[in-house]
Design a protein around this ligand. Structure first.
Ligand SMILES: Cc1ncc(COP(=O)(O)O)c(C=O)c1O
Length: 419
């Protein structure tokens, strides 16, 4: 019996099968309560860039908590770590002069960006620009706004209508995006939400040229381009932002996860100066939006210490090296009879796709694969397509990569023998 209502869980199955208690982390490993060691193949939920067990971050947070644990940043209030974090993120943002709105996580950032885009148009005299455009396969968090933007049907069913001013386009066609906006009428469209690399939807890198073309289409039509970098921000694709790597100059960036490596919950929306401008103009008045923990001092201190480590240890550049190393290490798994393909090679993120035909015959196969991976010392989970999720901490080394791929391979062999 547990009182903890787990996220994304079938609680009857959890009660029947029991919980797995993770109680320690060190580098790219985590340990369960029985002391079993696992390679953290997913960096928890994509976020643990600098690895587990960093005393430096714990110390920075403890020091901050002794001085000022947290205080409101509503209206004219600020605090040193929040101000420093905003300045630092602005300086590393792809667009010079960006403003940084701090939140408590990715879903907050998405809902903030959605509201911000509508309010932006409203302030500029185009209140009819309300429609939000999303892509198939998209995951933009679980708040009411973000769920409305889901491109994964499973995440939308069973609730009735969400935000209805949403249209969904194919994930891989810039022409289809242009057509959809033009058909709707650009004067009604507020923003386009785009994961530079689709994450929870199954790890799909955008086709060559797609991101730049989508960005141009939005610019030409006055639609705000929102790069959802909750996963790709802070090193996961070998640059501080995917938007920097692919030269996107987004109007808005949503981020979270890697900004603290998960040591404390922080998210942010980074607004290009031209988007912030109408909000900051004299006479416009208050934007009635913000969260209790926006600019939380101790969480911001964790972010600053995390950014120090990323910079000092060159982990963003290491991410670019790892991109190829990870793809090469996983590549042989594509030959496995239970695997239809391995999607890898863009960033430190990959998906080992269990053959959809095998899943059609045995829908539990992906979950059994995850269980078998655990038994082989690899902690992972499934993505929306039934693929095995791979996005290790950026501190993983060659030995860890071999252990990771070897463990997945051994797990799949075991499953193939059982079949
Ligand atoms: C691309 C993307 N956007 C938004 C979110 C939501 O972030 P959070 O779970 O921190 O609310 C996630 C979470 O995985 C994500 O992957």
């Amino acid at each position: 019996m547990t009182e903890l209502w787990h996220s994304f869980a079938d609680m009857a199955a959890v009660e029947a099968g029991g919980e797995l208690v993770i109680d320690r982390g060190e580098g790219f490993y985590v340990f369960d309560r029985e002391g079993r060691r696992y390679v953290d193949a997913t960096a928890s939920l994509w976020y643990c860039m600098v690895g587990h067990g960093r005393n430096e971050i714990a110390d920075a947070v403890a020091t901050q908590m002794r001085v000022l644990e947290a205080y409101s940043t509503f209206q004219d209030l600020t605090n040193p770590p929040a101000a420093e974090l905003a300045a630092r993120v602005s300086a590393m943002a792809p667009v010079t002069g960006s403003k940084v709105f701090l939140t408590s996580g990715g879903s907050d950032s998405i809902d903030t960006a959605a509201k911000l885009s509508r309010r932006y148009h409203h302030l500029r005299g185009e209140p009819d620009r309300r429609i939000l455009v999303t892509r198939e396969r998209a995951y933009h968090g679980m708040h009411l706004g973000g769920t409305s933007l889901a491109g994964i049907d499973m995440n939308l069913t069973g609730y009735g209508p969400f935000v209805e001013d949403v249209i969904r386009v194919p994930w891989d066609s810039a022409e289809a995006l242009a057509e959809a906006i033009d058909r709707t009428g650009p004067e009604r469209v507020s923003a386009f939400f785009c994961e530079p690399v689709v994450g929870a939807g199954g790890v799909f890198a955008a086709p060559e040229g797609y991101l730049g073309a989508a960005r141009d289409i939005c610019r030409e039509r006055g639609v705000l381009f929102v790069a959802d970098e909750v996963i790709t921000g802070f090193g996961r694709v070998g640059s501080w932002f995917a938007s920097t790597r692919w030269n996107l100059e987004p109007d808005l960036i949503t981020c979270a996860k890697g900004i603290t490596s998960g040591y404390l919950p922080v998210g942010a929306v980074i607004a290009a100066p031209w988007v912030a401008e109408p909000f900051w103009a004299p006479g416009v008045g208050m934007w009635r939006h913000g969260y209790t923990y926006s600019g939380h001092a101790s969480a911001a201190a964790a972010a600053l210490a995390n950014l120090d480590i990323l910079e000092r240890e060159g982990l963003v550049a290491r991410g670019l090296e790892l991109e190829g190393e990870l793809a090469a290490t996983l590549a042989p798994l594509a030959e496995h009879p239970l695997v239809s393909e391995v999607r890898a090679g863009t960033g430190v993120m990959a998906a080992v796709q269990i053959d959809p035909e095998a899943i059609a015959q045995d829908p539990d196969l992906p979950m059994r694969a995850v269980a078998a991976c655990r038994a082989s010392g690899v902690m992972t989970r499934t993505l929306a397509t039934g693929a095995i999720h791979v996005s290790p901490p950026l501190v993983i080394d060659g030995v860890g990569l071999k252990e990771l791929a070897g463990g997945i391979g051994a797990a799949l062999d075991l499953l193939a023998q059982e079949a």
